[in-house]
Design a binder for this molecule. Structure first.
Ligand code: FE2
Length: 375
């Protein structure tokens, strides 16, 4: 590689890679040794590491570094071991740059949305047979946190065909699947027709179910539309309007509980807006029905906490944030339950609404998509 140089610095503790036209990249010797791609360090078949950190000498030093073509040759002491690194790989994995630590930033591949976002649709029979049909739908689900499916079997259990596209059902105390069925009685509308505030499901579980599938078998009722809200967009709006309130919701655990069934006592202690240690949005938990008593918020922060909680709730309820759609029989939607809140609008009139729901795992979906992208 023309003009690329490697310099060993700080008594063999650092390597400086100099490439024309770009800032130097520094790498620590221990990082390089830990990431050595040689077959004694990494299994060539499954890519798994064959050593532990204890196998790397604590007095590790780089004694030599040379660039040949597209390869960096490093010699480590006291092992006297020479390892070849691909310079393209080193550049792609470099960490010697400014790191974005802005609180509330989006994960990779994710885009925030508000009202006006058009749900991406996929046709189940096509997606089941053709990876080229499945891939854009999975990509949209990763980006938006929800997507619609049509062409499903309108029979009980048909929703499992959707999960089969990317992974496995996550069973809970509600069963392998649950019924969302309401016979609407027009002479008794007082007892039906209730809408629900947008929420994430099961925040009292740790970990929460990360995907929810809702499939429609019958929907002749007036109303009863589904509504979704991007919890990440809502969190970012709160952050921009009230940075202190946002920080308060991320800093203190909320509590969520469900004890509504015999033999079930689920409790979780997690923040409503959960960030990674470096500030990336990770999980939204928002469900007024299962929010338990707040006991982990310090006295001096409780007023700020409730101010932020109220504002977050108002943002979630703002029609500017919501996308609404009505499922017809044979249609379903999948929602990322770590991010996107869902709700049912109220009913009116006569008819039947019958949906079936189940949970599944987002990591399996992302794995299926990443494998398709790598193929
Ligand atoms: Fe729900």
């Amino acid at each position: 590689m023309t003009g690329v140089h490697a310099v060993v610095e700080q008594d063999g503790q650092l390597l400086r890679l100099q490439q024309p036209g770009t800032p130097d990249l520094r790498f620590h010797s221990v990082w390089l040794r830990d990431n050595a791609p040689d077959p004694d360090t990494r299994d060539p078949g499954n890519g798994q590491r064959l050593i532990t950190l204890a196998d790397i000498p604590a007095d590790l030093q780089l004694s030599d570094a040379q660039v040949q073509d597209n390869t960096l040759l490093c010699t480590f002491q006291p092992e006297n071991k020479t390892v070849a690194f691909d310079i393209g790989w080193l550049t792609a994995n470099a960490y010697d740059h400014a790191h974005n630590t802005k609180p509330g930033r989006l994960p990779n591949h994710v885009e925030a949305w508000r009202a006006g976002c058009i749900p991406t649709r996929g046709h189940l029979p096509d997606m089941a047979q053709n990876p080229d049909a499945l891939r854009p739908w999975l990509t949209a689900l990763r980006r938006d946190g929800f997507a619609v499916v049509d062409g499903c079997r309108t029979e009980p259990g048909g929703l499992f065909d959707i999960v089969d596209l990317f992974g496995f059902v996550r069973e809970t105390n509600y069963g392998r699947h649950f019924e969302v069925r309401t016979e609407v009685n027009p002479v008794n509308l007082a007892y039906t027709g209730l809408g629900l505030q947008a929420h994430t499901d099961n925040p009292y579980r740790d970990p929460v179910p990360t995907l929810q599938v809702l499939a429609c078998l019958e929907n002749s009722a007036e109303g009863g539309e589904n509504m979704v809200v991007d919890g990440f967009a809502a969190a970012q709006r709160l952050r921009d309007e009230d940075p202190d309130g946002f920080a308060c919701l991320t800093r203190h655990p909320a509590r969520f509980s469900y004890t509504g069934s015999q033999g079930v006592a689920l409790h979780a202690r997690r923040p409503m807006i959960d960030l990674s240690p470096d500030g990336q949005l990770q999980t939204i938990r928002f469900n007024s029905r299962s929010a338990a008593t707040l006991t982990d918020v310090p006295f001096d922060d409780m007023v700020t906490y409730y101010r932020a909680y109220r504002r977050f709730s108002d943002i979630v309820d703002d029609p500017e944030m919501e996308v609404t759609f009505k499922l017809a029989p044979s249609e379903a939607f999948v929602v990322d339950n770590t991010r996107v809140l869902h709700a049912r609008k109220g009913y009116s009139g006569a008819g039947t609404r019958w949906l079936q729901g189940c949970y599944a795992d987002k990591d399996g979906l992302l794995s299926t998509l990443a494998a398709l992208e790598a193929s």
